[in-house]
Write a protein that binds this ligand. Structure first.
Ligand code: NAD
Length: 368
């Protein structure tokens, strides 16, 4: 247990529950980091190599993300120690066993994450009537299909562009990771007049200074083919996306892709972090010292969780888009303003804003 207590600070985690049910093969950890703003919302991750430490760190990230988005929710995360590629029937049994095990943890609302999806949340809901990110048939809003996170990123980029007097019309965009987040960010930005000059996936990079038809590229990806098979433009390896001159660079793939070794190669004016922790702290500092505007992940990629929270409270797709637009624009502006006023990095400004919201909420709670 000492290991877990290593993570405890003024916010939490307030509860870490270890679940072991040998008769079902279930081993899981639920970390509820903080519930001052409301019941904790956060994904259920299924992977063979997860850990209690990972659950606690991800739960804290959700506390900050939900507070930064001013949602009435704290942060939590669950991890299930299992291979998500197991046969469907076994997976359903495991998720149902997990659901029954957490029925009493009413301060935790599960959602989808790596290794779980909308169907899995349907099983959780069937058992305990408490889950976000449900299938459409159960009142869910399919956040990856509608591009909730990409929509929020595009809104944040627009606010950033206004602040640095960069005209969105004709602004050149490069997207690393043309998946659920990246392709929709490209789509919404192209609707605002931007030109997609480069995109990449795990197989390679596609680029052209003339720009691409974003919808045609999305059709190609949805057919399961890599961007490098588009047919025109230059192709290169996945790393090449870092060297493409552009105005707006969107990492939407993996953690730590920009680091001390490569951050100086980037030729952009704005980096909008679609993925979680795509830049190391050193890389963010290097970019900011070169005058590049860095819009940090937990503020600008919150579209997905805002969508899930809207769904949980009975809202529809239109309400979700309105909430994402309003919250992400306001928070991006507030963060930039605070960063300028105090002379601190965007991330430090955003962390301060989020932490202050959690502290204020804690101040209103009976236990104090
Ligand atoms: P996804 O699997 O749909 O897409 C990821 C894309 O990245 C794929 O096209 C994959 O080929 C590509 N990729 C993988 N390795 C790459 C590499 N080395 N170089 C270039 N491309 C590479 O995943 P997603 O849902 O779009 O999520 C992307 C990131 O955003 C993840 O870090 C995720 O945690 C984060 N995120 C997602 C959401 C959401 O709403 N889906 C919300 C917040 C944060």
């Amino acid at each position: 247990m000492e290991d877990i207590f290593r993570f405890v600070d003024e916010f939490g985690p307030i509860k870490v529950v270890y679940i072991s049910l040998p008769e079902t093969g279930l081993r899981a950890v639920v970390a509820i980091d903080n519930t001052a703003c409301g019941p904790a919302i956060g994904g259920v991750r299924m992977a063979p190599d997860v850990s209690a430490e990972e659950a606690c760190r991800l739960a804290r990230a959700m506390t900050l993300k939900n507070a930064a988005a001013a949602l009435p929710h704290g942060g939590g995360k669950a991890v299930i120690f299992a291979d998500p590629r197991m046969p469907r029937q076994e997976k359903e049994q495991l998720i149902r066993a997990f659901s029954v095990a957490i029925v009493g943890l009413t301060e935790y609302i599960p959602g989808p994450d790596m290794g779980t999806d909308e169907l899995a949340m349907g099983w959780v809901h069937d058992e305990i009537h408490r889950a976000a990110g449900l299938p459409r048939e159960l009142g869910g809003i399919p956040l990856d299909e509608i591009g909730a996170t990409g929509f929020g990123l595009a809104a944040a980029v627009e606010v950033g562009c206004n602040a640095i007097h960069l005209d969105l019309k004709g602004a050149r965009v490069a997207v690393q990771g043309f998946g659920a987040v990246g392709k929709h960010a490209a789509r919404f930005l192209s609707q605002k007049g931007c030109i997609l000059v480069a995109c990449s996936d795990s197989r390679g990079t596609l680029s052209s200074p003339e720009g691409f038809d974003v919808n045609a590229l999305i059709r190609l990806k949805d057919a399961g083919r890599p961007v490098t098979e588009f047919g025109n433009g230059e192709t290169a390896g996945p790393e090449a996306i870092i060297d493409i001159p552009c105005d707006i660079w969107i990492p939407a793939a993996r953690p730590d892709v920009l680091n001390q070794a490569n951050a100086n190669r980037l030729k952009a004016r704005i980096v909008a972090e679609g993925a979680n922790i795509p830049c190391t702290l050193e890389a963010e500092a290097m970019l900011e010292s070169r005058g590049i505007l860095v819009l940090p992940d937990f503020v600008v990629n919150a579209g997905g969780v805002i969508c899930a929270a809207t769904e949980y409270h009975g809202g529809n797709e239109r309400a979700a888009f309105a909430a994402i637009d309003e919250k992400i624009r306001r928070n991006t502006s507030m963060m930039m303003e605070e960063s300028r006023r105090a002379g601190i990095s965007m991330r430090t400004a955003a962390m301060g804003m989020a932490a202050a919201r959690v502290r204020n909420a804690q101040g209103a709670r009976r236990w104090r």
